[in-house]
Design a protein around this ligand. Structure first.
Ligand code: 0A1
Ligand code: ZN
Length: 864
């Protein structure tokens, strides 16, 4: 085990690979403990330099050039590379290695999950399969052959389309797959085993026929139906929205239970965490159905943004990830409700990315250096990366954006590209110089925009003074101004806009490009003072500072025409009230606010998905960011008091809404999901009352629930009311679902997400807890450390110790997972003194005990 801080890789040191490998043949003889991989590559020199291949954990059986075996002195092998000092300008290299998939607990490379072979090569897993220049700018055509025991592994899958199959002696069989599209090694995939498959077909806009398959556990095919529907919807959407069609005759998805991330976009053979494939009305929530739709879309959209146009190096990760998240967000917005999708996306951004941007792990969307590539799959790269594309669309307009995307697809197809390449397309399309916009990619930290207003009654003008600053982040003390597109409108207070001079329909985009800017707007003479609606639809990923008291915010919320800003006004109101309740523990929640919030929920009942979001108070992770030092337990108590007051105010609404039957038969449609969102919001509020009566009515709803969304909502609401109904619900749920691991993951998560450190420890000792399964580990450890901040950061330090212990054990098996869990400590320096001290002790003890490179990278940066 390595205990040193990883050496950092730097963007400025990028040099092209001096060889091209246009064609490769891979031959796998699959055995769980000793798989043999024979690789043939046709190599051509492009520039002077040694021939260096990456390889980790491989046993080399033989190596030859143009059929001539190499002797020991002809090449050098160390822990990470194979080097041949002198090679011809064009040659065929053959290697023969053995690997042990069964011993692969890190789930990177080729491994076994539930007795089946599967692979994960992004970012650097391919080097654990064979010697190869394992970097995204080396793109090759792969031909794959594999053989395996036919009874155990009847289905053999790889990228591209199948070219040959046949039987061999000794009960073995083989299959060959051919992928005509050059691709980097991180997109290689192989799956072998016994599956059931849900099949369908799709005809592209070019009239090409595509065979689709979703491969799942035996007996589960029907649970893949929603994933298949989502796939066809994605294929159609990319054709209609971006004019891009699929490019192979086969598209397969394989579900695996043991997977470090959500899913992987391997060319023609996506591999998915089973949590994002399997769904049935009784066992999956609306959130599960939505997540499946969005992740299936995300991986499919990578076919153009990621696969056909890939990244030159891993510093450009946001080129494929930010863009593809933007595309999946748009897909979900088009299929469901645009404002609701926007609110959910901003909730994620604020809870995860703003927190990251404000702590020791802050990094630019395109960093200059990294210690461990696995740790670069962050909220900043993904979610802020998507926000920047969205901000770009606002700044240059939809037409120029769409034109720029077409230029990008046409000009860079088949290449490994950079952010500069991407932005050159939008410069062409818009005629604008976007070099200042690219600063967004280079600077970490969330810009803060301050808005001051001055109203001149005599001249009927409103003057806005806008200014921006970006806080210092690690290794970046000073920041330059970035272009911030602020969608703005002037509200007339009667549900309309004031016709400001030069603004269309009373709306405009103000581009704040400098540190300070003053904008004066003329409105018709005799107008009343208009109300300012700014950063509408959250047009820029910033923190907005406005000096508005409760009365002004309530007035603004009532006048708003932008659903996002209506929701956000109530978020600001609730935030201020929670802080007040924290500072004044004796004072009751403000009645005016509680009534206004309840009224807003009622007024929006015709759009239940939106109304349900209004009942969600800002979470502790978000509140935490605005307090220094932060006291999560105090914030949690204050938040609960406000929530209880809202629950009491809405008690009869909850009764009324829950007295109606849930929609039957179940369908995962946006309409039905909206109705259930409102019902689950009311279930949550009922739980917030915390009374024995509330517990028994929740238990009755739990017993009668006909779908997982409501059943789980009842269980979640009951968890915080100790007593018999709660204990019975916990055990009934377990007994009902003990054979369905995805549902049992929820059972763990719902308890860890609300219990104490002791509960988390007890859950981690449950017989069904499994350190080798990332979903199960996350259902306890991430649910506790990332969603239950009051208990995780409790002043006695026990929460920190529970997670520290789990991390130490996981790190020996799966360093990428351990590193991810460790990011839950990222805010430790902001904690009140006791919790801060315990976090520091846990982190320093972990560092002293020795950690993997991945985990050490996080701990070192957190402690820095
Ligand atoms: N490219 C995938 C994410 C992913 C990254 C790394 C993985 O293994 C280490 C797996 C998946 C996506 O964006 O969906
Ligand atoms: Zn992705």
């Amino acid at each position: 085990m390595r205990t040193d801080t990883p050496v950092s890789v730097k963007l400025e040191n990028y040099t092209p690979y001096p060889f091209a490998i246009e064609q490769a043949e891979l031959d796998f003889s699959l055995e769980p403990e000793a798989t043999r991989v024979r690789t043939k590559m046709m190599v051509k020199r492009l520039a002077p330099g040694a021939f260096v291949l990456d390889g980790v954990g491989l046993t080399l059986n033989g190596i030859s050039i143009d059929g001539q075996p190499l002797g020991d002195g002809d090449y050098k092998v160390d822990e990470e590379t194979l080097t041949i000092a002198s090679v011809p300008d064009a040659f065929e290299l053959e290697t023969d290695v053995t690997i042990n998939p069964k011993a692969n607990t890190a789930l990177s490379g080729l491994y076994i999950s539930a007795g089946r072979f599967c692979s994960q090569c992004e970012a650097t897993g391919f080097r654990r399969i064979t010697y190869w220049p394992d970097r995204p700018d080396v793109m090759s055509r792969f031909h794959v052959r594999m053989d395996a025991d036919k009874a155990k592994y009847p289905i053999l899958l790889s990228n591209g389309t199948p070219s040959k199959t046949g039987d061999l002696s000794d009960g073995r069989h083989f299959a060959e797959w051919d992928d005509p599209h050059p691709k980097p090694s991180y997109l290689f995939a192989l799956c072998a085993g016994d599956y059931d498959v849900w099949r369908d077909t799709f005809t592209t806009m070019n009239g090409d026929h595509v065979d689709l398959g979703v491969y799942v556990d035996k007996g589960q095919a029907k649970r893949a139906e929603w994933a298949m529907e989502s796939l066809k919807a994605s294929m159609k959407w990319d054709e209609e929205r971006f004019g891009r069609a699929y490019d192979l005759g086969v598209f397969n998805i394989v579900a695996v239970r043991d997977f470090n991330f959500g899913a992987m976009e391997n060319k023609g053979l996506n591999i998915f965490n089973s949590a994002y494939v399997l769904a049935s009305p009784d066992s999956a929530t609306d959130a599960d159905f939505e997540a499946i739709e969005s992740i299936v879309g995300h991986e499919y959209f990578h076919n153009w943004t990621g696969n056909r146009i890939t990244c030159r190096d891993w510093f450009q990760l946001c080129l494929k990830e930010g863009l593809t998240v933007f595309r999946d967000q748009e897909f979900s917005s088009d299929l469901r409700s645009r404002p609701v999708q926007r609110i959910k996306d901003v909730m994620t951004l604020r809870a995860r990315q703003f927190a990251e941007d404000a702590g020791p792990l802050a990094h630019p969307v395109r960093p200059q250096a990294y210690g461990s590539i696995d740790n670069l799959y962050t909220a900043t790269v993904y979610v802020k990366g998507a926000e920047l594309i969205r901000a770009l669309t606002v700044l240059i307009g939809d037409d120029a954006f769409n034109k720029g995307m077409q230029i990008y697809f046409d000009e860079f197809d088949g290449t490994a590209s950079t952010i500069e390449d991407f932005y050159s397309c939008f410069e062409k399309a818009s005629g604008k110089d976007l070099s200042q916009f690219r600063l967004w990619y280079a600077q970490a930290g969330t810009p803060e925009v301050t808005v001051e207003e001055a109203w001149d009654e005599a001249n009927a003008t409103l003057t806005l003074k806008l200014s921006q600053t970006t806080p210092a982040t690690p290794e970046q003390d000073t920041k330059k101004p970035v272009p911030i597109p602020l969608r703005t409108a002037l509200l007339d207070g009667n549900g309309g806009h004031v016709p400001a001079e030069g603004w269309e329909n009373g709306e405009t985009v103000i581009a704040l490009e400098e540190a300070e800017k003053t904008v004066t707007v003329k409105v018709p003479d005799g107008s009343h003072r208009p109300l300012l609606s700014i950063n509408r639809q959250f047009s820029a990923p910033i923190r907005l500072k406005r000096d508005l008291d409760q009365a002004a915010l309530l007035e603004l919320a009532a006048a708003e025409t932008d659903p996002f800003n209506i929701w956000d006004s109530f978020q600001s109101l609730a935030k201020a009230e929670i802080f007040r309740l924290l500072d004044e523990p004796q004072s009751p929640p403000d009645e005016a606010l509680v009534t206004a919030l309840a009224d807003a929920v009622r007024q929006n009942e015709q759009d239940p998905a939106f109304a349900a979001l209004l009942t969600v108070l800002p979470d502790i992770g978000e509140l935490f960011q605005e307090r220094d030092p932060a006291d999560p337990a105090g914030l949690d108590a204050a938040r609960k008091r406000l929530r209880k007051a809202l629950a009491e105010e809405m008690a009869s609404d909850a009764e009324r809404i829950l007295a109606k039957p849930s929609p039957e038969p179940f369908a995962p449609t946006p309409d039905q999901a909206g109705t259930r969102a409102m019902r689950t919001a009311m279930i949550g509020l009922t739980g917030a009352k915390g009374t024995p009566e509330a517990a028994s009515s929740l238990k009755a709803l739990f017993d009668g629930a006909s779908n997982m969304t409501e059943s789980l909502a009842c269980l979640r609401a009951l968890i915080s009311i100790p007593g018999k109904p709660r204990d019975e619900a916990i055990s009934t749920f377990y007994e009902t679902w003990k054979d369905n691991p995805l549902v049992i993951d929820k059972w763990f998560a719902v308890q860890a997400g609300q219990g104490t450190a002791d509960d988390a420890r007890r859950l981690s000792q449950h017989p069904d807890f499994d350190l080798s399964n990332p979903n199960r580990v996350r259902s306890v450890a991430a649910a506790f450390a990332m969603t239950n901040l009051a208990a995780f950061h409790a002043p006695d330090g026990d929460g920190h110790r529970v997670i520290g212990d789990i991390v130490a054990r996981i790190d020996k098996l799966n360093p990428a997972l351990a590193a991810r869990l460790l990011t839950s400590f990222e805010q430790w320096k902001k904690l009140e003194p006791k919790a801060r001290a315990s976090a520091e002790t846990v982190l320093t003890n972990l560092r002293a005990a020795g950690l993997s490179q991945n985990a050490m990278d996080i701990v070192a940066r957190a402690l820095d």
